[in-house]
Design a protein around this ligand. Structure first.
Ligand code: ADP
Ligand code: MG
Length: 241
């Protein structure tokens, strides 16, 4: 069953740099929320606070409406799969071993069980035929699909994507976005930080525009892209569209 994720009034400062200034975000179970905004606006930090890699100075994080801040942070981290711009695959391990590693080490699966699970996930991302290749022999797009399979193998309740396609050559972006769209349609709860406005418009249930650590506008893709209310969003869209 999919879960909902909520962050309320999230604040975080690094020294005197107030990076999050009271951010509210809600992702309904099975929905996709896309976060857009200029570089340095706090998007990556928001994701890191939402999975408690940074503890918020103020605010709350809730799963299915229940605060998780008193729980062990590992509990939340294990519920959330993350995919970054850099794939961070182990170059000397095969593709299937890269995926099997987490389930073996963190979930105690046997070697056989972990391999079976890893092959299933590879099948899902269309790369079963690359199981025994090394990451370096795959294209960037294929490596990112392996990184997604690796996250999915941990059976997360929620997936975070932080500019997952930003490091890819343009012709490889489409395949990764298509996979992300499939996951979204399959009912995964997702938070996606992206510069791909086409994806944001077509796949998200809600779009959130951040600037200087705050949510400036939030709404449906139609609301934000067709009727931006603030000059800041209008300006941002005129630069990226
Ligand atoms: P975005 O992802 O929107 O580009 P970030 O969340 O990466 O923005 O960064 C927002 C601000 O937080 C920037 O000013 C950045 O320098 C600062 N920042 C991010 N991470 C750290 C950190 N670990 N320590 C200090 N400052 C940080
Ligand atoms: Mg970022």
């Amino acid at each position: 069953m999919a879960v909902s994720l909520t962050g309320t009034n999230l604040h975080l400062a690094f020294g005197t740099n107030k990076v999050l200034r009271g951010v509210d975000i809600h992702v309904d179970a099975g929905d996709t929320v896309t976060v857009i905004g200029p570089s340095g606006s706090g998007k990556s930090t928001l994701l890191r606070v939402l999975n408690r890699l940074h503890e918020p100075d103020q605010g709350d994080i809730l799963i299915d409406g229940k605060s998780v801040l008193k729980d062990n942070p590992d509990t939340l981290r294990q519920q959330i799969g993350m995919v970054f711009q850099q794939f961070n695959l182990f170059p000397h391990k095969t593709v299937v071993d890269n995926i099997a590693l987490g389930p073996r080490k963190l979930k105690g699966l046997s070697k056989e069980e972990a391999r079976t699970l890893a092959l299933e996930q590879l099948e899902l991302v269309g790369l079963a035929h690359k199981a025994d290749s090394r990451p370096g022999n795959l294209s960037g797009g294929q490596q990112q699909r392996v990184a997604i399979a690796r996250a999915l193998a941990m059976k997360p309740e929620v997936m975070f994507f932080d500019e997952a396609t930003s490091a890819l050559d343009p012709e490889l972006v489409k395949g990764v976005l298509a996979l992300m769209a499939d996951l979204a349609k399959g009912g995964m709860t997702m938070v996606v930080v992206t510069h791909e406005m086409g994806f944001a418009r077509e796949v998200s249930d809600t779009v959130l525009f951040m600037d200087h650590g705050a949510v400036v506008e939030t709404g449906t893709p139609e609301q934000l892209f067709d009727k931006p209310q603030t000059e800041r969003l209008q300006q941002f869209l005129s630069q990226v569209l």
